[in-house]
Design a protein around this ligand. Structure first.
Ligand SMILES: [Zn+2]
Length: 618
């Protein structure tokens, strides 16, 4: 979106409202490109970067306040937002405050093992060297914007206004963030400046609390597509295997399979409700969830109950799969699913606006809930939200989330039936309605990035598919989900790649690092290693680490532009054995002569970045 186009506040906002970044479909709409500077900004990331005294949130906060350059000074504070625990670590999310007001997306994510070792650190704070000029918008003006959008207050489920500092791409300005969740399910934020102009907007997800119902399970018989009628029939889309307005075509109905599902019994009525999925009515059109007086949920595809049962079955199977991988805090609530939603559009979404979060599946074209690929793709966003809430911001980060959903869908579908596994949304897409997507892209990073989240998603989904085919689906998914707990806003695919490698080291002692690195390096996400670790990034390269290790030659650190800062090298016990300051240098050399054999952790801190890498000497 181009800020210059945002003159008529109300008109523009209404045009863009139907756009959800969590939809599963591709669109040619230019406005879907998240190309605002706050979305394109790349986070400063570092891995295996030191240790703090204890792994609790206040020790972590103190450490961050002392070490992050943009947080130095009494004007700054750090506000704790989220904490999550994974199999191998603790994951804390904070946000930067300046003079008591938040800096929009000035987040820091720190990931620790239980001893306080810093596994990774993602720093998206902003440098503020002088007080941002101007005034915060007045409360009256912010309320007037809401009033213009919603003349009737009852159309709003929830709204809030907060003053913060926002980066326009040129400078930080005092601004207000308006967040609205309306009765139609729209959930979005607007940033307005002191002239009440909208300078940024997007859809959103957050929690508020409401009681979750738990019910007793009863087995029932059901009929479903597994994963979709084209895959089981071994055919591609075409007569008679066509949507035909959701009609009861016998060839399609014959593809239904009989399964047993756990439903709930309330008084005399069986309902599609369980601890991890509740079929609900929360998105128009109003179609009441199907119930039954007997434990029998066998429907043909023209009946509304068929979509309810299909989504209910696949979500429960996928939930049980994730739990069986050893994750008991991923989507550990009854997610609401409306299989006749989205106002009949040919799209679906995941929204965390309400509690519990919910999926809405549209019925345009082929009903989305008839295709397990669509159901599991959307459920993938729920998995990601459970692991790392509040982090799906930034263009490349959004693409990773779409890629995850596509990978989860494709690998699930392939595990049931490999026919045409390369295509995702085999039944819903690849037809007259839309093109679907594939998970066998040959795109290479970064030159094939388009800053279009669905197109870029192929880079991530195709790589995950390659790894899964090589080392196995369950192993891949355990490593992948563990790595997702460390996700941050504005992270890049190379960041996600490094987290994946790190998760294998933590879970399996690096048992699958070689095949994982092979596919990540072939895709361009991480440097291809020759001998031992050679590191290169946008900001610096480490050269001749092999000469340093084995041949008593200097290691060379080359900066892309002159830097002021220092370098510290610690041995395996954490003792600093080498320290050097540099000023306006673009080239450093370190001699191995004073180093004994062993592994060393090297940390570079400059005005512009902070990074760690390993050195060895043998
Ligand atoms: Zn999606």
């Amino acid at each position: 979106m181009n800020c210059n186009q945002l003159k008529g506040v109300v008109r523009i906002v209404i045009i863009l409202l139907p756009i959800y970044s969590f939809g599963q479909k591709i669109s040619n709409d230019e406005s879907l490109k998240n190309n605002h500077p706050v979305d394109l900004r790349k986070i400063v990331s570092s891995f295996d970067c030191g240790k703090i005294a204890a792994a609790d949130t206040s020790s972590a906060r103190n450490y961050l306040l002392q070490t992050i350059p943009n947080l130095k000074g009494k004007e700054f504070s750090l506000q704790f937002l989220e904490s999550k625990e994974s199999k191998t670590g603790l994951h804390y999310l904070y946000r930067q405050n300046y003079l008591g007001s938040p800096v929009y997306r000035g987040n820091v994510k720190i990931n620790l093992d239980r001893s306080g070792n810093i596994l990774s650190l993602f720093d998206n704070t902003y440098l503020i060297s002088e007080n941002p000029k101007g005034q915060f918008p007045s409360a009256e003006n912010s309320n007037a914007v809401i009033k213009k959008l919603y003349p009737e207050e009852k159309e709003i489920e929830r709204s809030m206004i907060e003053n913060l500092y926002f980066d326009t791409g040129e400078n930080l300005i005092p601004a207000s963030r308006i967040e609205i969740w309306d009765e139609s399910g729209n959930f979005f934020e607007l940033i307005i400046n002191s002239q009440t102009e909208v300078v940024y907007q997007r859809d959103l997800n957050t929690y508020f609390n409401r009681e979750i119902i738990t019910l007793t399970d009863t087995p029932a018989i059901a009929r479903i597509f597994n994963p979709d009628p084209l895959t089981t029939a071994g055919v591609t889309y075409g007569t008679p295997y066509e949507d035909a307005a959701d009609a009861d075509i016998s060839q399609l109905n014959m593809q239904r399979q009989q399964v047993t599902i756990d439903v709930s019994l309330e008084n005399d009525t069986f309902k599609l409700e369980g601890p991890y999925c509740i079929i609900s009515e929360h998105s128009i059109p109003d179609v009441v969830p199907v119930t039954s007086m007997t434990p029998d949920f066998e429907f043909t595809r023209s009946q509304d109950g068929f979509e309810d049962v299909n989504a209910f079955y696949h979500i429960n199977v996928y939930h049980d799969y994730v739990e069986q991988l050893g994750f008991n805090n991923i989507v550990n609530y009854g997610i609401w699913v409306d299989t006749h939603g989205m106002g009949g559009a040919d799209n679906s979404n995941f929204s965390a606006a309400g509690s519990p979060p919910r999926l809405s599946l549209g019925e345009g074209g082929v009903d989305d809930a008839e295709d397990a690929d669509v159901v599991v793709h959307e459920y993938g966003h729920a998995i990601s939200y459970s692991a790392a809430p509040g982090t799906n911001s930034g263009t490349e980060r959004n693409s990773i989330d779409e890629g995850l959903g596509d990978y989860f869908a494709a690998s699930y579908s392939k595990s049931i039936n490999p026919y045409n596994w390369e295509n995702i949304f085999s039944w819903d897409g690849h037809n007259e309605y839309w093109n679907g997507r594939v998970v066998v892209s040959s795109k290479h990073y970064p030159e094939n990035l388009m800053n279009q989240i669905y197109k870029d998603a192929e880079l991530w989904s195709s790589t995950m598919m390659q790894i899964s085919d090589d080392i196995g689906r369950e192993r891949t998914d355990e490593i992948l989900i563990e790595s997702m707990f460390s996700y941050s806003i504005n992270m890049t695919m190379p960041d996600a790649a490094n987290l994946l490698v790190q998760a294998d080291v933590l879970l399996n002692g690096g048992g699958y690092v070689n095949p994982i690195k092979y596919f990540l390096c072939s895709r361009g996400f991480i440097p291809c290693f020759i001998g031992i670790d050679e590191t290169s990034s946008d900001t610096f390269s480490v050269l001749n680490s092999y000469g340093f290790a084995a041949k008593n030659e200097n290691v060379v650190i080359q900066f892309s532009s002159p830097q002021i800062g220092n370098i510290e090298i610690a041995d395996a016990t954490g003792r600093i054995v080498y320290r050097e300051s540099f000023s306006a240098s673009s080239h450093l050399e370190i001699s191995p002569k004073s180093f004994v054999n062993g592994i060393y952790l090297t940390k570079i801190t400059s005005d512009n970045f902070s990074s760690c890498f390993r050195l060895m000497k043998w």
